[in-house]
Design a protein around this ligand. Structure first.
Ligand SMILES: [Fe+2]
Ligand SMILES: [Fe+2]
Length: 258
């Protein structure tokens, strides 16, 4: 039964003004490092670690240098996809060690017993998302070639449904019907995994479970919770997804205390 550790929105480089002055991005990096340390201390095995975008806050090269440092600090390989705060050229160069280029960053990871498609839902320069033509074709082709007897999860940044969190619903994934049509053609897809919302949420899309990972750097609150909409004082969280023999997804959440 594959186990996926899933967290999101580490926003490295985000500077939060504090009582002692701006933190210079130290807070965001420290929170991401806490999550990595939690995973590193696990006595048991997990099969994949996934971070669903907003790796950097401004898409700056030094933010990806920090991401490469933090995300490579443990014994698990960390799979990523870009978010609206990421910049494709700098992401490729700094995080993947590739030539900078502006096309969507789509990656297939064929792990033992699990296929992960990490797709790019970002629209350069915009906060809302879309699975563009190139990525849609990549998903369809890649899923057509992938083994049918191995469950697959499709991961990208922007949730394709309303989460009743107005702050993020306005900048969710656009044109989601075309993505749903592609996913429905590939029965080995067991779940859709997203970030962007900065709140752990469970819902459904295209007849599949859709799990939204908590945001590490901050938490978005719901209208009936009051407040400003973004809380910086909640501790970071992560999700553990378990895919059983029936390809049923079960998700547990953990708070990561200092
Ligand atoms: Fe974010
Ligand atoms: Fe985002």
């Amino acid at each position: 039964m594959p186990v996926i550790a899933h967290f999101s929105d580490i926003h490295l480089g985000q500077v939060r003004p504090g009582p002692d002055g701006p933190d210079g991005g130290a807070r965001a990096e420290a929170r991401a490092a806490r999550v990595m340390a939690y995973l590193e201390a696990l006595p048991g095995r997990i099969d994949a670690v996934l971070v669903t975008g907003d790796i950097a806050d401004h898409g700056a090269p030094e933010e990806y240098a920090a991401a490469a440092r933090v995300l490579a600090s443990g014994r698990w390989e960390v799979l990523t996809c870009p978010g609206n705060h990421d910049v494709r050229e700098a992401y490729r160069a700094g995080l993947l060690g590739e030539e900078p280029s502006a096309g969507p960053v789509n990656r297939l990871h064929e792990l033992p017993g699990l296929t992960v498609l990490a797709a790019d839902s970002s629209i350069p320069g915009r906060d809302e998302g879309r699975i563009d033509e190139e990525t849609l074709a990549w998903l369809d082709t890649t899923l057509s070639r992938a083994r049918r007897d191995v469950p697959a999860v499709v991961a990208f940044h922007h949730p394709p449904v309303v989460l009743h969190a107005p702050y993020v619903d306005e900048i969710r994934l656009l044109d989601e019907q075309r993505l749903a049509a592609v996913l429905r053609c590939h029965p080995q897809v067991a779940a859709v995994l997203c970030g962007h919302a900065h709140t752990p949420a469970a819902t459904a899309f295209a007849g599949l479970p859709l799990a939204v990972a908590p945001g590490v750097v901050s938490t978005v609150t719901l209208p009936f919770e009051g407040g400003e909409g973004i809380v910086f004082d909640h501790p970071p969280m992560l999700a553990f997804h378990i895919l059983d023999e029936q390809r049923r997804l079960t998700t547990h959440h953990r708070i990561v205390l200092p």
